[in-house]
Design a protein around this ligand. Structure first.
Ligand SMILES: Cc1cc2nc3c(=O)[nH]c(=O)nc-3n(C[C@H](O)[C@H](O)[C@H](O)COP(=O)(O)OP(=O)(O)OC[C@H]3O[C@@H](n4cnc5c(N)ncnc54)[C@H](O)[C@@H]3O)c2cc1C
Ligand code: FES
Length: 279
């Protein structure tokens, strides 16, 4: 029998990690508490609705990769009612997980290509999932070069700092970190992500660019990629619209005839240009 898509899978919080100095981003490690969770099969780029009793649900990108078996990661910024309650929870607390939802990054199209991965602020979550997936020993040979540019306001606002440091030691991925405001001891880039991208000048040849970030960063990163010669169908973005059902039924998230929850949240720049500019 098909499972009711409105029913969340029961899960438990196993671990909580504070990601940034402002302490308003936390990563939650969740484990399902019922066997039907094996049906929760996802790829990086997808999201899920997390639910708390009495508060409802909210969508979050899945920050873990499927190769990290037995748990899911979600990195959540505290902004309002739902996320404040979630931030107050400790390991052992119950939570619901509905999904996976939306389209993942276009993994079949990405096979064999060079990848430019560009992230800003706390939207780096699904990019973390993508990088873990690409770097898995069973997958890394399936892609060309991998260039990551990730920026935040200050060094203390970069998420996943231990992993970033590990990735920077590897020779099969180039990770460039940048901050708007340097602090003592910072010896990496200073400046906005699009400016760093323009300095690094990745070639558009056989390359796909994947971008997640706040609207202002998306706007200037798209301009930088155009200058570098990336055609619109090689630029892939993930959008964060307001959502409710997450499965294309309620009409809360539409842009023209497309539902961001079902037809996205991952789109090419070319697909977005064919839609009304409502995002
Ligand atoms: C596909 C998708 C993936 C997402 N992934 C993540 C993630 O990985 N980590 C994360 O922290 N957040 C993510 N979000 C945003 C997250 O869903 C909202 O922050 C959350 O719903 C806010 O709930 P709240 O009750 O705490 O805040 P509310 O009280 O609902 O809102 C507080 C403030 O946040 C703003 N806000 C709320 N929802 C959104 C939204 N969707 N986009 C932009 N601004 C919003 C409101 O305008 C308001 O200013 C994602 C959203 C979508 C649609
Ligand atoms: S959130 Fe309901 S249609 Fe997209």
């Amino acid at each position: 029998m098909t499972r009711n898509p409105y029913l969340p899978n029961p899960a438990r919080i196993e671990d909580v990690v504070v990601e940034n100095e402002a302490r308003d981003i936390k990563t939650f490690r969740l484990a399902f508490t019922e066997p039907n969770a094996a049906e929760f099969r996802y790829l990086p780029g997808q999201f899920a609705e997390l639910s708390l009793p009495g508060l409802g649900e909210a969508p979050f990108g899945i920050a873990s990769s499927p190769a990290e078996e037995g748990f899911l990661l979600f990195s959540v910024k505290r902004v309002g009612l739902f996320t404040t309650e979630l931030h107050s929870l400790e390991p052992g607390a119950a939570i619901g997980v509905r999904g996976p939802m939306g389209k993942p990054f276009p993994w079949e199209r990405m096979a064999g290509k060079n990848l430019v991965i560009v992230g800003g602020g706390f939207a780096f979550t699904t990019l973390r999932a993508a990088i873990k997936h690409i770097l898995h020993p069973d997958h890394r040979g399936g892609y060309g070069s991998v260039l990551v540019v990730y920026g935040a306001r200050t060094p203390g606002e970069l998420m996943y700092r231990n992993e970033l440091a590990e990735w920077q030691k590897r020779d099969d991925i180039q990770v460039h970190l940048t901050v708007d405001k340097a602090e003592n001891g910072w010896n990496q880039h200073v400046g906005v992500v699009p400016a760093v991208l323009e300095q690094l000048k990745p070639s558009p040849q056989d390359t796909l660019a994947i971008i997640c970030g706040p609207p202002i960063m998306l706007k200037f990163t798209l301009a930088a990629l155009s200058k570098l010669g990336f055609p619109d169908d090689t630029v892939i973005l993930s959008l964060e619209m307001r959502m409710k059902c997450g499965i294309g039924k309620c009409g809360r998230c539409n842009i023209g005839a497309k539902y961001v929850c079902k037809d996205g949240p991952v789109f090419t720049r070319q697909e977005l240009q064919e839609l009304p500019a409502e995002y």
